[in-house]
Design a protein around this ligand. Structure first.
Ligand code: PLP
Length: 400
């Protein structure tokens, strides 16, 4: 791996080797090329960089700390550290790329941000960014999710966003993406589509990764400061893969640092019971880009499930797909049960309630710690678990 990694990946067509690219209608392609060109020039300008820096420090509360888990390490072995993205404003890493995307929208003179949301986490982060910049915000959400994720729907409305119910198909995330893309096609002069992860057509996987790199840059420096060395392993959960790309990006070129991406193996590895794209998927196409995909014989995305709604996506970022083929990152899984155990362990050993998404990374890290008691592990704690508390206690009960 060379020091030109970030210059070479993606290439000019948005490919990470065989993955990524942009497979969309011609009209939209023209607009995407405009956004790509603007991103290349604006994101390198002094004004853009200093405004984004100031927002991260004074509004988001960055840098978020790295924390050593003393009790958890004593109990499980190893030295376990957390990068505390749960302490980023709005309680997760998603605001890192939403503020970047909204700032780009401002520089492009756009008036409206359009996006889909599944569980509502991306919708809330984007509605927050829209309020900050005084932009309109339209969030498309399946009717099934609107009922399930009521508090996030209310949050988006309080923040001034318009929530558009999507009532066709399964009425969940995939249809919400279709609906949001449709609305964007109608009005791409005034609006910009803000995707929720390192997925979608070029330039989104690259832009979202670049905005999330702050997580890895901070974490590497903080970890070195605290310990005088690099971590032996870095662990992050993978839905689309934005928080994982954020933290991995700083360690990709450090050969001795092992990287682990953790996907949900859910209730079982039977069709429809998991979202273990890297373990069971094959190369395919979804939402305008190529990646590993859980799919049927016709190439249609398979139904997916996870106890963490932020992880139930049948595809995965193109960069992760490349890193899997390169064997630079090991993609592993955690079950629902392991995740719930980890959720309570981190809460009770350290006083930190993790998001169910992040609890997948914690679950795998606890296994690693037991296997390698002399090594250090840095976990990206992508979000806090307040959103999950009622669901967890109602569904799984409280432990002794
Ligand atoms: C949305 C979400 C994820 C999954 O998204 P990635 O793009 O894979 O990072 C993980 N953790 C939290 C807390 C989330 O809200």
């Amino acid at each position: 791996m060379t020091t030109n990694y970030f210059k070479n990946y993606p290439n000019h067509e948005g490919f990470f080797e065989d993955y990524g690219g942009s497979f969309i209608p011609p009209q939209l392609q023209t607009e995407m090329e405009k956004i790509t060109d603007a991103y290349y020039s604006i994101s390198k300008s002094h004004n853009f960089i200093s405004e984004l820096r100031s927002i991260r420090k004074h509004y988001q509360g960055r840098p978020t700390p790295v924390y050593f888990c003393n009790r958890l390490s004593t109990k499980y072995g190893g030295r376990i550290y957390l990068k505390r993205e749960d302490l980023n404003h709005t309680g997760a890493h998603k605001l890192n790329h939403c503020m970047g995307e909204a700032l780009l929208a401002k520089y492009l003179g756009k008036k409206k941000l359009i996006a889909e949301t599944g569980a509502g986490q991306h919708g809330v982060a984007l509605a927050t960014a829209a309020a900050y910049f005084g932009l309109e915000c339209e969030i498309h959400m399946g009717e099934v999710d609107i009922i399930k994720e009521h508090p996030n729907v209310v949050r988006m409305k309080i923040l001034g966003a318009k929530v558009v119910p999507v009532s066709f198909g399964l009425k969940t995330l995939k249809e919400a993406v279709d609906s949001a893309f449709g609305a964007y096609m109608q009005d791409f002069e005034n609006s910009i589509y803000c995707i929720g992860s390192v997925v979608g057509p070029h330039p989104f996987p690259m832009m979202v990764r670049d905005f999330q790199r702050v997580v890895g840059i901070e974490a590497k420096e903080q970890f070195l400061d605290m310990t005088g060395e690099l971590p032996d392993s870095v662990v992050a959960c993978v839905g689309g893969g934005s928080n994982a790309m954020g933290i991995f990006s700083a360690f990709l070129e450090e050969k001795d640092v092992k990287l682990y991406g953790v996907e949900p193996s859910g209730r079982s590895l039977n069709l429809g019971d998991h979202a273990a794209t890297m373990t069971l998927g094959t190369p395919g196409m979804i939402h305008g880009f190529k990646c590993y995909l859980l799919q049927d014989e016709k190439g249609e995305p398979s139904p997916v499930y996870s106890v963490a709604s932020g992880l139930d996506y049948p595809g995965v970022g193109p960069e992760h797909s490349m890193l899997k083929d390169w064997k630079r990152v090991s993609y592993e899984t955690a079950t629902d049960d392991e995740t719930i155990d980890a959720f309570y362990e981190l809460s009770r050993q350290e006083g930190i309630i993790p998001a169910l998404e992040s609890a997948h990374a914690v679950a795998y890290a606890l296994k690693l710690a037991k296997q390698n008691p002399r090594e250090s592990i840095l976990i990206n704690l992508s979000g806090r678990g307040d959103k999950d508390i009622d669901f967890v206690v109602d569904t799984f009960g409280l432990p002794e």
